[in-house]
Design a protein. Structure first.
Length: 542
């Protein structure tokens, strides 16, 4: 899974805390309508962006008061430039983000837009706020979808309003303010809590020193820490100690990124199961790892019990962590898959036939390819296998120019990593009438050199009378016991979306304690005390 995909999402979430305070006595300036608004008196602030200590980008944030559509408004803007240069192959991924947020002087949000250019792909998000509904429109390379979020909230506020509320409370440690915000990845209105932690001294990577107020900001499962100066302008923003944006006096000239080694999204295993990259026959595997328990009423367990594994939280020998009993999900030879087209699908399953901007299964080229590949299929399982085999062979096993490619972009570029394989399979499956969805998580691999690794991964699931895992990267329909499921990475899903970051923050290093192969051969680590899975964790908060 490309680090760029995770990085971009986290960067945008980090900058969502941008919330300068604008002096109330500043006069409003007459401007053009919102779509063309250019306030005459903008204030600008510049930031350098770091990833695990490496400088990878910069941002310019602007704020002004303006007369927009005849109303006094706050106008907050952001220009974000990011360039990741990978150490192992020298490839560069460039991302440019432009955004504007408009809100009334009361703090009530009015509208916002954000445009992201990532490699060869352009996406745009637009939000219109109404009294009882929010309209969210997302577009990827001209493919659009609009969703209406009905609500009864009176506190859909911009960031500066939260800051004003904290000031009214006296800005003392422990003071907090709860409001609501539109979260575009989950396509939901989520509760946000800002909590004062106290004064601190911040020293930036350039050696500048600021006195700042620390504010923890929790939105759903995601947490950002922001440090504000006396004027309410962020000095530093950080996400889990991995991403940081630090104030700098001026915009960087001729910006050159540091060479980025990458996140700890892959770790070596001291145990290698028999079989190469694509030959796995494990029927069961027990994996455990150290982890500081961090779940709460808001934050779900790091892993849940489901079709991929049974899960427990453990505390033993002075350590806390998680243990997973991984399960195979291969289909029996006599499995009777439904015929195509399906009849009598539930509404829940039918939802995964719908096109989305990133998965335009109604695109004429994808429709034509899907029909071509499933011609002659005897049933839904045969169709899924044909599509999986096509995607595996069609996409070159190398990163394309786009760090977060849509299914159509992957189809055009004809190459990609696991995320592109999953995206293209899901789009073609939906185009062929097969409900399908994208998954994220961690997978075990025995590499061609004989070593074992755990790495972040993307794969799919397809409906064949029940949900069946599909890994188009290695051409598998039905999987062996090597997948650690994190979440479904589909628009509208919120549950589990913060898990990947939590894994990266704590640098999880899975340890294999036991495995059994399909032929009955097994292995147990010396002196390994197997865990008790008789009372596995069940999902909470769904």
């Amino acid at each position: 899974m490309k680090t760029t995909r995770i990085l971009l999402a986290l960067l945008l979430l980090t900058f969502a805390v941008w919330s300068p305070t604008i002096a109330e006595d500043k006069p409003a300036t007459e401007t053009k309508p919102a779509a063309e608004a250019k306030p005459a008196a903008e204030e600008e602030y510049y930031y350098l962006v770091y990833m695990v200590g490496k400088k990878i980008g910069w941002a310019k944030a602007t704020q002004a008061r303006a007369k927009v559509d005849g109303k006094d408004m706050f106008v907050e803007g952001l220009h974000l430039y990011m360039k990741v240069k990978r150490a192992h192959d020298g490839m560069e991924f460039e991302t440019i983000v432009e955004s504007k947020d408009y809100s009334l002087t009361s703090g009530q949000s009015v509208r916002s837009w954000q445009t992201t250019k990532n490699g060869g792909q352009t996406s745009r998000t637009e939000i219109e706020y109404g009294e009882k509904a929010v309209t969210l429109t997302q577009t990827v390379d001209g493919k659009s979808a609009t969703k209406t979020l009905n609500h009864d909230y009176t506190d859909l506020y911009a960031g500066h309003h939260a800051w004003k509320q904290l000031k009214m409370k006296g800005i003392k440690p422990g003071a907090s303010f709860v409001f609501h915000t539109v979260e575009t990845m989950s396509e939901k209105i989520l509760s946000t809590t800002w909590t004062i932690k106290g004064e601190t001294e911040i020293k930036t990577g350039e050696g500048l020193v600021y006195s700042a107020l620390t504010v923890e900001q929790q939105t759903g499962e995601q947490k950002v820490t922001a440090y504000y100066d006396d004027g309410g302008v962020p000095v530093k923003m950080e996400f889990g100690g991995i991403i940081a944006a630090e104030r700098t006096p001026k915009m960087p000239e001729d910006f050159k990124p540091d060479v980025f080694e990458g996140l700890a999204n892959m770790t070596k295993s001291d145990v290698a199961l028999p079989g190469g990259v694509t030959q796995f026959t494990a029927s069961s595997m027990e994996v455990h790892f150290k982890f500081k328990h961090d779940d709460s009423d808001i934050v779900p367990y790091l892993y849940d019990t489901n079709g991929y594994h049974d899960v427990i939280k453990y505390e033993r020998d002075g350590e806390t962590g998680y243990a997973l009993k991984l399960k195979a999900q291969k289909l029996p030879a006599d499995y009777k898959a439904p015929a195509l087209p399906f009849v009598g699908l539930s509404d829940e399953v039918k939802a995964f036939l719908k096109p989305t901007p990133a998965c335009p299964s109604d695109d004429k080229d994808l429709l034509a390819e899907a029909q071509k590949q499933v011609t002659g299929a005897t049933d839904s399982l045969d169709a899924a296998r044909k599509l999986c085999s096509f995607v595996c062979g069609y996409l070159g096993k190398e990163s394309g120019a786009t760090g977060n490619a849509s299914a159509l972009q992957a189809y055009k570029e004809k190459k990609g990593d696991c995320t592109e394989h999953s995206a293209l399979f899901v789009a073609l499956a939906r185009a062929a009438g097969l409900p399908a969805r994208n998954c994220s998580g961690v997978v075990y691999l025995t590499m061609s050199d004989g070593g074992g690794v755990f790495g972040m991964h993307a794969w799919s699931e397809v409906w064949l009378g029940r949900w069946v895992p599909v890994d188009a990267t290695v051409n598998e329909v039905g999987t062996s016991a090597r997948y650690m499921f994190v979440n479904h990475s589909e628009p509208g899903t919120e549950y589990g979306q913060g898990r990947q970051m939590r894994l990266l923050e704590q640098e999880v290093r899975p340890v294999i304690g036991y495995y059994e192969m399909e032929d009955g051969k097994n292995w147990t680590r010396k002196d390994f005390k197997r865990f008790d899975f008789s009372k596995p964790l069940v999902p909470k908060g769904k």
